[in-house]
Design a protein around this ligand. Sequence first.
Ligand SMILES: CC(C)(COP(=O)(O)OP(=O)(O)OC[C@H]1O[C@@H](n2cnc3c(N)ncnc32)[C@H](O)[C@@H]1OP(=O)(O)O)[C@@H](O)C(=O)NCCC(=O)NCCS
Length: 152
Amino acid sequence: MANIRRAGPSDFIEVARLDREAWTESRHATFIPDGEHAWRLWVEHAIVFVVEEDADLVGAALAFPTQAASYCLHKIFVERSRRGQGLGGDLMGAALRELESLGVPCFLTVDPVNEAAISLYENWGFSERTFVKGYYRPEEDRLVMTKPAPGA
Ligand SMILES: CC(C)(COP(=O)(O)OP(=O)(O)OC[C@H]1O[C@@H](n2cnc3c(N)ncnc32)[C@H](O)[C@@H]1OP(=O)(O)O)[C@@H](O)C(=O)NCCC(=O)NCCS
């Protein structure tokens, strides 16, 4: 039985472990962009939801505010063996309900070849897409996807 809850400071090592595992599947896995120290701050100061199954932490989503008064949905991942069971959608729903209660727009970036993530984002209302060449390193292009504020 899956349980979604807000993360707390004691979760950061486990969330960082899941993030590292998910990132090693990507095309750019020669480095780890978001490590334990970043997660320690995020679990306390940003919006982080985790999903647990049988007391195991199996996924997380992170959003943080930006100076432009929008939020960045920076991370969402589910442990590989637990995918395809609705947990990513559950995490997305929890994070977006929180952002909707704040009345803010939201954006994210995604690897243009990550079809599972892009489909998830489209299902949840991220409709605008902008392709940005070399968003990170020269070979790391991203799609920037946006979701307007509720009622906008
Ligand atoms: C993206 C991710 C979080 C989805 O988690 P999940 O638990 O498998 O997702 P769900 O089972 O809730 O599926 C939700 C939606 O995601 C999309 N999706 C999930 N897996 C998919 C796949 N293999 N191919 C295409 N779409 C897929 C679908 O739109 C699906 O909705 P549907 O079932 O109504 O078709 C998961 O694949 C993951 O952790 N990937 C690695 C990390 C990552 O790439 N994160 C995004 C970084 S920007």
